[in-house]
Design a protein around this ligand. Structure first.
Ligand code: GAR
Length: 202
């Protein structure tokens, strides 16, 4: 069974979706560890309650990104993961870190990339007046939020939406999309060919 390490920074609802799918047998992966960049991330308690090993590599205690990246990679590699998931991990990772995990580092992002990379995606989507929004699962490359796209889910944007309602509609899709993509990886149906993603879909 493929070994999974999940990186979080906060609430951890995407992490929870993965752990619950794994616990129910829907997702054939072994969640080896959850690693948080902050000791007060709510997701740590959820992971602990589900019996998953947790670690903290506190971003605040490093004075440069390279030192944080090195400590984080050391902690991740203690668990020998086949796949590392950025599930609401809010720090930019350096080129060396990203290359070390090439082809086995996946991020979930709350927009239809390449639209709205970076932060505040829902606020920016509303400001632009887009009629459709969504989320993207993609392989991570050194180019922020520009790695090869694996899959996306689309939601409508309503005139009555505010950031909260739109975020929650998108999040609901994230919780379905991420476990689906991880399952493809676990079943050997997801690969990168020449920088493009190939999936044998369900
Ligand atoms: C999710 O919406 C995720 O897509 C986003 O943060 C949220 C974390 O929620 N990630 C990013 O913005 C990364 N650039 P969660 O902690 O409940 O999974």
């Amino acid at each position: 069974m493929k070994r999974l390490v999940i990186l979080i920074s906060g609430r951890g609802s995407n992490m929870a979706a993965l752990l619950e799918a794994s616990a129910s047998g829907e997702l054939p992966v072994f969640p080896a560890a959850v690693i948080s960049s902050s000791s007060d991330a709510g997701g740590l308690r959820i992971a602990g309650a589900l019996g998953v090993e947790t670690r903290v590599v506190d971003h605040a205690s490093f004075d440069c990104r390279a030192a944080f990246d090195e400590a984080l990679a050391g902690t991740i590699d203690d668990f020998s993961p086949d796949l590392v998931i950025l599930a609401g991990f809010m720090w930019i990772l350096g080129d060396e870190f990203v290359r070390h995990y090439a082809g086995r580092l996946v991020n979930i992002h709350p927009s239809l990339l390449p639209a709205f990379p970076g932060r505040d995606t829902h606020r920016r989507a509303l400001a632009e007046g887009v009629r459709f929004h969504g989320c993207t699962a993609h392989f991570v490359t050194p180019d922020l939020d520009r790695g090869p796209i694996i899959a996306q889910a689309v939601v409508p944007v309503f005139d009555s939406d505010d950031e909260t309602s739109l975020a929650s509609r998108v999040l609901e899709e994230e919780h379905k999309l991420l476990p689906r993509v991880v399952r493809w990886f676990a079943e050997g149906r997801l690969r990168m060919v020449g920088g493009r993603v190939c999936v044998d879909v369900d």
